[in-house]
Ligand binder design. Structure first.
Ligand SMILES: [Ca+2]
Ligand SMILES: [Ca+2]
Length: 251
C-alpha cells in the first residue's frame, strides 16, 4: 500500500515537472503557458507629441487555474515617453458577477520609469470566489503614451516597453506560472518621404536600403524601421511603391 502511494506521488511529481516548461521553451513557444504581452509589439511614430496606445493582454488563461487577480509593471524610457492615460481592460469583468462582488482596480501607481497596475475579482462577503473563473484571452489594461523626444534627422530613438513584476494570482493566493512578452517603441522623423538614407534626395540608394529590408518585420535581422514607409510593420511592395512615387524628389 505504502509503496503504491509512493509510486503515485513520484508519478505525479514527474507529471508536474513535465508541465513546467523551461525558460528556453517558454520563449520559443509561449502558447501553452499563460502569458501577458504588450500589444502591438511594435509601435512606430514619426513626430514628437504623437500618442500611441498599447494593450496589456492576458493569453491562455485556463479556468481550472482559478485566476482571480492580475498585476503588472510596465517600464519605459521616461526621457522619450510620458504616460497620458491608463484605462481598465475588460478581461476580468465577465467573471466578477454576483455572487462575486465585481472587480477592484489598483493603481495606476508610478515609479520613475514604470507604471504599476492591478485588478482582482472581489469575492462574496464570505471571501469565497465563484465560477466561472477567467479563461481565454483578454485585455487587462490599455496605456497611452505621448512621445516627448525628437531625435535628430537621420537618427532613431526608442525603448523597450517591458513587463516585469507580473503576477497572476489564484483564489488560494498562489502565483500562477506565466510568461511576459515585451513591446517596443521607436521614433524616426522623416524629412522627405522615401529618403531613407537622409541625404536629401530620393534615389537608387534609398531603393537599395529598402531592398535590403524587403520582406522583413520587426524582430527580423534585416528589419529596418525606416524602410517601412507606410508604418504597417512589414517592408513590402507598398513601401516600394511609395518610394517610387517620390523618386527624384529633393528636400
Ligand atoms: Ca536618399
Ligand atoms: Ca510597410
Amino acid at each position: 500500500m505504502f509503496a503504491t502511494i509512493a509510486l503515485i506521488v513520484i508519478m505525479l511529481a514527474g507529471l508536474v515537472a513535465l508541465r513546467q516548461p523551461s525558460t528556453l521553451q517558454a520563449q520559443a513557444a509561449p502558447a501553452p503557458l499563460p502569458y501577458l504581452s504588450v500589444e502591438p509589439a511594435m509601435n512606430h511614430v514619426t513626430a514628437v507629441n504623437e500618442t500611441f496606445t498599447v494593450s496589456i493582454v492576458a493569453h491562455n488563461i485556463n479556468a481550472s487555474s482559478q485566476l482571480v487577480g492580475i498585476e503588472f509593471r510596465l517600464s519605459y524610457d521616461p526621457g522619450l515617453l510620458q504616460i497620458v492615460a491608463v484605462n481598465n481592460g475588460s478581461f476580468l469583468e465577465p467573471f466578477a458577477g454576483a455572487p462575486n462582488q465585481g472587480v477592484l482596480y489598483l493603481g495606476p501607481s508610478y515609479g520613475t520609469d514604470y507604471v504599476m497596475r492591478g485588478g482582482f475579482i472581489v469575492p462574496d462577503p464570505d471571501a469565497i470566489w465563484h465560477a466561472p473563473f477567467p479563461s481565454g484571452n483578454g485585455t487587462v489594461a490599455t496605456i497611452t503614451f505621448k512621445v516627448i523626444f525628437e531625435p535628430p534627422a537621420g537618427e532613431t530613438a526608442g525603448c523597450d516597453l517591458t513587463l516585469f513584476g507580473t503576477r497572476l494570482v489564484d483564489n488560494a493566493v498562489q502565483i500562477i506560472a506565466h510568461d511576459a512578452i515585451k513591446g517596443h517603441f521607436e521614433i524616426a522623423v522623416p524629412t522627405l518621404i522615401g529618403d531613407l538614407n537622409f541625404d536629401g534626395i530620393v534615389d537608387i540608394f534609398d531603393a537599395l536600403v529598402l531592398a535590403n529590408a524587403f520582406g522583413s518585420s520587426p524582430g527580423d535581422p534585416h528589419w529596418n524601421i525606416l524602410a517601412d514607409i507606410n508604418h504597417d510593420g512589414t517592408v513590402d511592395i507598398y513601401d516600394a511603391i511609395l518610394l517610387a512615387n517620390h523618386f527624384g524628389e529633393t528636400g
